[in-house]
Design a protein around this ligand. Sequence first.
Ligand code: ATP
Length: 235
Amino acid sequence: MLELLDIQTFYGNIQALKGVSLEIAKGEIVTLIGANGAGKTTTLMSICGAVPPRSGEIKFEGRSLADLSPNEIVALGISQVPEGRRIFPYLTVAENLDMGAFLRGDRDGVKEDMEYIYGLFPILAERRHQAGGTLSGGEQQMLAISRALMARPRMLLLDEPSLGLAPLVVKRIFEIIRQINAESKTTIFLVEQNANLALKVAHRGYVMENGRIIMSDKAENLLTNEDVRKAYLGI
Ligand code: ATP
């Protein structure tokens, strides 16, 4: 469904991605793990068009994403949940969700999806008239994921959903990620520093170091791999 071929991405003179290739099949949950500064966020930014690669190719369902704007990429079916959540703090929960659907014209479908989301996260239904900025960190993460889902994506890109959240909240968010994948067949690309959790929810994983993919395998194999355990699982 998504294919990255030898991607090189720069910030000015700094080369953040040094030839990244990976692929994600329809229906999969794939995780990208790695230390701080490895290039995980840059990989997502390259896919969603925020920091276009200088060379290499990104294809979504066989179509090149080169020269497409971030909005056009969303319209193709790829939505991102950025690191740090970035919801609209002064808009209500319901208005934040509406913003996620701004490219859609099917009002009935939008209403239906909003009800589905309120079913997934009942706390958001309770708080639908409350300003986003007054929600707890975990609730804001739920809202950020929900806002991305309102675009009805076929692929969801998640950047560090566990960041700064209490363990119980993280557990709930990861259960929901699995549920979204199972129920709506949304393909998920999950970037995480919490490798242990990410590998438990994912089907496959890639390990990134210094702008390169250094390993890829089924998640269950990475979880038991000695090098991965030492470097990323703290075991
Ligand atoms: P983290 O988990 O800390 O977000 P990461 O694996 O997502 O790390 P990136 O944020 O993709 O890593 O960073 C990859 C490299 O690019 C790092 O060396 C980082 O310092 C650099 N970098 C990231 N953003 C910028 C920027 N806006 N300008 C310059 N360099 C950047």
